[in-house]
Design a protein around this ligand. Structure first.
Ligand SMILES: Cc1cc2nc3c(=O)[nH]c(=O)nc-3n(C[C@H](O)[C@H](O)[C@H](O)COP(=O)(O)OP(=O)(O)OC[C@H]3O[C@@H](n4cnc5c(N)ncnc54)[C@H](O)[C@@H]3O)c2cc1C
Length: 394
């Protein structure tokens, strides 16, 4: 991309590079490279968020009055690309990228003051209480009840697949506050503290052996009404607004960083013959696909900075970005197979020099984790429905 940058943008890129050179410790870079899930393990991700916050760069997309940077789309793109290229640990979006835009758009000034500064600094860590055992794609059928009693709501029910609930001190949650009529019309958007009595968090271990997911149970949990964003029973519009932010964002920088590491693993294997040709072709095809994704990311960023509605872009980006990620994983496993890596212990003991390229060791874990990429944030089948409905209507 550097060929397309003007002098000012090149200066900005160098400023970001200089900052990363001293702020990103070897441990944080290691955590970034070995992150095989959606985002880094809590402690590394939060540590990195706090370092960025000190530089004023933890929430660049926010409006300037709330601590955003006011960067141009190209600057946002440079920043994301440089972070990925330097192996910065990917940060959890639930606070800065999901609930914060909701608080900014729909929260009262008091709510903005209460929650935004602690998200920006990294003091608060949020989790998302949307899905339930019987309500995933059909989210509007959710049953977790909140009944008003004076200045409190009393919550009973359960949420599932709650990523990092074991670390979060706050949750944003969709609750049923009315029954009868359209299911969407009886939902409210509540924010509350995770240490409220009656909340139990139980781990769900994923196929890769990681603990990122949980089921959360609510047993007569009292939370203040002042934590409700928007009016009672009007939470559905807010819920959909948040999902647009969850699905949005730039995909290409991370994909390019992964591709670069796989190129290295491929080169180190020093293969010959038809198999080498096939893998090289796949790498080249993926590079073209990442370039196309890059162009889409830029178009989305430009539209976002112009304040245009996000429209169907988040669904398109989510579908293409996650499926590209899965293709990269499949190729990484094929390359790893060349090293006969199967059977190596994928644990913390691998903290010294590795006998193999790092990506080959972590390829299987990334492959297994990323099976979830086409499920979370709304499955890709559902995104395709949304895209088709949009195309047919326009
Ligand atoms: C790793 C991971 C992290 C997650 N983190 C969170 C979190 O932090 N908080 C949270 O609230 N949720 C979270 N989720 C839940 C996620 O949002 C749901 O898994 C997702 O919305 C799908 O719901 P479901 O699992 O109930 O599947 P279902 O909705 O039961 O779908 C099952 C299958 O049917 C298909 N299907 C369903 N409806 C349609 C349709 N109308 N047209 C075509 N196909 C359809 C789906 O595509 C899918 O293949 C997470 C999920 C994963 C995997």
């Amino acid at each position: 991309m550097s060929g397309a940058l003007n002098d000012e943008e090149l200066r900005f890129r160098d400023e970001v590079r200089d900052f990363l050179a001293h702020a990103l410790t070897p441990e944080l870079r290691l955590a970034g490279r070995r992150c095989s899930g959606i985002f880094t393990e809590y402690h590394d991700g939060n540590r990195w968020h706090r370092i960025l916050a000190q530089r004023g760069w933890s929430v660049p997309h926010w409006p300037v009055e709330h601590g955003g940077t006011g960067w141009t789309p190209v600057q946002h793109h440079i920043f994301a690309s440089e972070l990925a290229a330097a192996d910065a640990p990917p940060r959890a979006p639930m606070g800065p990228g999901m609930v914060a835009p909701v608080i900014i758009a729909f929260g009262t000034p008091e709510q903005q003051q209460r929650w935004l500064p602690a998200i920006r600094s990294g003091e608060d860590y949020w989790c998302q209480g949307y899905s339930e055992p019987g309500a995933g794609s059909d989210l509007a059928s959710l049953q977790c009840r909140a009944v008003r009693e004076g200045d409190d709501y009393v919550i009973n029910g359960t949420k599932i697949w709650t990523t990092h609930a074991q670390y979060a001190n706050r949750m944003f949650c969709l609750v049923r506050t009315a029954t009868g009529g359209k299911p969407q019309a009886g939902i409210s958007f509540l924010c509350f503290d995770m240490d409220a009595p009656g909340i139990t968090v139980r781990p769900i271990i994923s196929i890769s052996g990681d603990h990122e997911l949980n089921q959360v149970f609510f047993d007569n949990v009292r939370v203040p009404v002042s934590g409700r964003i928007g009016e009672e029973n009007q939470g559905w519009t807010i819920a959909k607004y948040l999902l647009q932010h969850e699905r949005g964002g730039s995909y290409a920088p991370q994909l390019r960083a992964r591709l670069r590491r796989q190129r290295r693993a491929f080169a180190q294997a020093n293969l010959r013959g038809a198999e080498a040709g096939d893998l090289a072709l796949q790498l080249a095809e993926l590079e073209c696909a990442v370039d196309a994704m890059d162009a889409m990311d830029m178009a989305a960023l430009r539209a976002q900075v112009r304040g245009e509605p996000r429209g169907i872009r988040p669904s398109m980006g989510k579908t293409l970005g996650t499926e590209l990620r899965q293709r990269l994983d499949e190729l990484a496993v094929e390359i790893a197979a060349q090293y006969a890596a199967v059977g190596l212990p994928l644990d913390d003991r691998l903290d010294g020099p590795l006998p193999l390229p790092e990506d080959a060791v972590y390829a299987m874990s990334a492959y297994l984790n990323d099976r979830a990429a086409s499920i979370y944030a709304g499955t890709n089948e559902v995104q395709r429905n949304l895209i088709a409905a949009h195309l047919l209507a326009n």
